[in-house]
Design a binder for this molecule. Structure first.
Ligand SMILES: Cc1cc(Nc2nc(/C=C/c3ccccc3)nc3cc(N4CCN(C)CC4)ccc23)n[nH]1
Length: 274
């Protein structure tokens, strides 16, 4: 039911789920249908202060247009005098990051299933000319069946053929982004390599004490595999094929799905039981 003029009176707002940069996210229930959603509240004064209305509009336009099982839905939005409200799909399983912290690291089956889900989602986004650019565990949610959902398109862009430069977060930045050089879809392939490593070892590959050290490690592709936990050679092979400095030489999304580690370990339905 794609109703046009939502208002806060259409919802019973529940507990806060988390606090983002520009506001909080609450669980909420649409009064008529009892449908559970997540309501992201953004303060206009914050958006104006940081001149981010243009980026917010882009996030909203992009996320509304994306319909994929591994991409969190943005059902609609409304605003009042001081706030903008995004009506988002509710993912019952919470943040993947929490699960990674609780378990330390994932099994190869779980890691491969999440990487396969992300690869399908990114292939869909790239088809729609969207580069996410900010795939990190904090932006990944799980639904009630353990299905991964990419959330927070705050940093994604509708890529025209014009190259892009902008800032991102630390550990997940590809070399071309670190150097603020123009970049393209392949940044998301690099990030898949970073995430695959983090899912299997519990921390990202180029982690370092200071920013400068992290950048240096990224630029050198200073990749080392710890001896524990035990990780298969196939997994290390995939990570090595993705963490390649020359963006043109990174394994393509299609080739990731054909890689032996994914074929052998990912759940065919891309669902991770608890
Ligand atoms: C947009 C959205 C969120 C969402 N679901 C959830 N978000 C967040 C944390 C959200 C958050 C938001 C902003 C900044 C930081 C965190 N935490 C959640 C925690 C949840 N639980 C229930 C499951 N438990 C295992 C962990 C705690 C369930 C859903 C959650 N669905 N759709």
């Amino acid at each position: 039911s794609v109703k046009r003029n939502w208002s806060i009176n259409d919802f019973e707002v529940g507990r806060p789920l988390g606090k983002g940069k520009f506001g909080r996210v609450y669980i909420a229930r649409e009064t008529k249908t009892k449908y559970i959603v997540a309501l992201k509240v953004i303060f206009k004064e914050q958006i104006e202060k940081y001149k981010l209305l243009h980026q917010l509009k882009r996030e909203m336009t992009i996320q509304t247009s994306l319909h994929h099982p591994h991409v969190l839905r943005l059902y609609g939005w409304f605003h009042d005098a001081e706030r903008i409200f995004l009506i988002l799909e509710y993912a019952h399983g919470g943040e993947l990051y929490g699960e990674l912290q609780r378990s330390g690291h994932f099994s190869e089956q779980k890691a491969a299933t999440y990487i396969a889900s992300l690869t399908h989602a990114l292939a869909y986004c790239h088809e729609k000319h969207v580069i996410h650019r900010d795939i990190k565990p904090e932006n990944l949610l799980l639904d009630h069946e353990g299905r991964l959902k990419i959330a927070d398109f705050g940093w994604s862009v509708q890529s025209t053929n014009k190259r892009r430069t902008m800032c991102g977060t630390l550990d997940y930045l590809a070399p071309e982004m670190v150097e603020n050089r123009p970049h393209d879809y392949a940044v998301d392939n690099w990030t898949l390599g970073v995430l695959c490593y983090e899912f299997l070892y519990g921390s990202p590959p180029f982690e370092a004490d200071g920013q400068a050290d992290t950048f240096r490690r990224i630029m050198k592709v200073d990749l080392a595999f710890p001896s524990t936990p035990q990780v298969s050679a196939e997994a290390k092979d995939l990570i090595t094929l993705l963490l390649v400095k020359d963006s043109a030489k990174r394994l393509s999304l299609e080739k990731i799905l054909e890689h032996p580690w994914i074929v052998l370990n990912a759940d065919p339905n891309l669902i991770c039981p608890k």
